[in-house]
Design a protein around this ligand. Sequence first.
Ligand SMILES: [Zn+2]
Length: 576
Amino acid sequence: MSYLVLARKYRPQTFHDVVGQEPVVRTLRNGLRRNRVAHAMLFSGVRGVGKTTIARIMAKAINCEAEGDDVPCDSCKSCLEVRNGSAVDLKEIDGASNRGIQEIRELKENIRFFPTRCKFKIVIIDEVHMLTPEAFNALLKTLEEPPAHVYFMFATTEIHKVPVTILSRCQRYELKRVGFDVLSGFFAKIATAEEVEISESGIEMIVREADGSVRDGLSLLDQMFAFAGEGDDGKVVVQDADVVQVLGLVDSQVFVKLATAVLEADLATCLQLLEEVYQLGVDLKRFAADMLSCFRGLMVCKTVDDPALLLAGSGLDLKVLAGLAGAYSQETLYQLFQIFMKGVGELQYASRPRLAIEMIFVRATQVGQVVPAQDIAAKLAGFLEKNGGVVPVNSISPQKKTVPPEPVVKKEVAESQSSSRQSEPHSPSPEPPLSPDPVNPPKPVVVEPKKRDVTRDWQDFVTYVKERKAWMAQTLRLCDNPRLEGDKLLIRFDNPADCTVLSERDNLQALTTYSQDFFQAEMVVDVCALGTHSDDGEGTSPREERRALASDPLVELVTDIFDGKVVGIRTGPKFR
Ligand SMILES: [Zn+2]
């Protein structure tokens, strides 16, 4: 006994058997009942949704010998001939292999004659978009005035490739992907009919994989039935693990683990999980797409009151996802969704998918807990109120930097705290770690960075000055023995004329700033020609200036908002 594949065994023979496609079926049946069937019909849709099947049922119906509305009867002589492929008046042509003008000429020759056995001749051309332009042209004339005894039915997966001139002469029917529930019900029925045991979740996995195509789903079902073992009673039992293996799927638990790892910024676990998936030989692009669905699930759970509606058939454990999503801000989940979306898109063109996925993980684990801009703004407003309003609140927008242009405050995280600081933003606390510690409010701490040495780094300093004031660098080159005495930078010149301009107050001030910036030390520049000495200390000392800055309300505000610490203060000219 030869085995008949499920797709053939369960091919619909009447309109009642058609899975899904209710609007198309209804329109066709109405047309039959009212005797208003077009002589040229075109069925379009993705593969495996029933285009040729419906065309054949229609062919049956047109020639059915039974009386009444419920045609085809599938039992009269004409219907049976169509069913077993011996109907002489039904011609089925595969457009992909008969695409030339010669085949169309032969066809036209053939349809000139009246049908032999039935009332009508019926021509079905599958994959009609494959015809050559010449063949289409030859066909066009026939379609303009089709003989009364001929019906044309075309099927195509790529309707955009069919010339408009052809389209406009056909009655068009667009077949949709078959819905999740319809397909699940259909497959469950087949499993019962075939006496195969398969769980609901097993069927759901197959339906998801079929992506709306009945035929794809049926051939997967075929594979499952063939793969599965038998139970004690001799009945075939398809385990969920079988489905996972045959489909090359990744267990849904892996996605939960992955999502957790990404949210916890645990890159190591992400890479480890990817390695395991890789070893299973799973299609990585497919895997990445499933991962994207998982992050979409998180985003939906966070946003929608009843996520089950939007995530039906996703195969995701909504309870687990909702729990996970609850611990993170909406902004965090949106941003991760975006990163995966972009990454999966790029993956389509990646020559090494595994590395591309690793890159997605690297990016995703760096997101951290994203703090909504309005939270920062609210915090800012609260702080200003408390402190008598240093800055008008309406001038604070999330896009604008809240750091004042001058003084320049460099916020760095102290080395000793870096590890705890980096993990903190990812901690799954519902509240972003923004609130300042009421017991130990962050105090500006001045830490001296590694110092440059005046003698050793003098040439670099001259270069540094050259980038700012070329002439000043020229002058500085004339000094060959600069040195530091206490906090005095002594710059001596042999010729008093060399340092006249440099000694002017504004220039001296600028040079002091450059020195302090470059050497990261508080120093007073002392310029004079050898033998003379100047020692005036006008204006505020840099030390006092820095002290004032450290306790500036704006600086405190910024450190408070970003939960940071001031580790260094450098004053500099405005343009920086
Ligand atoms: Zn019939």
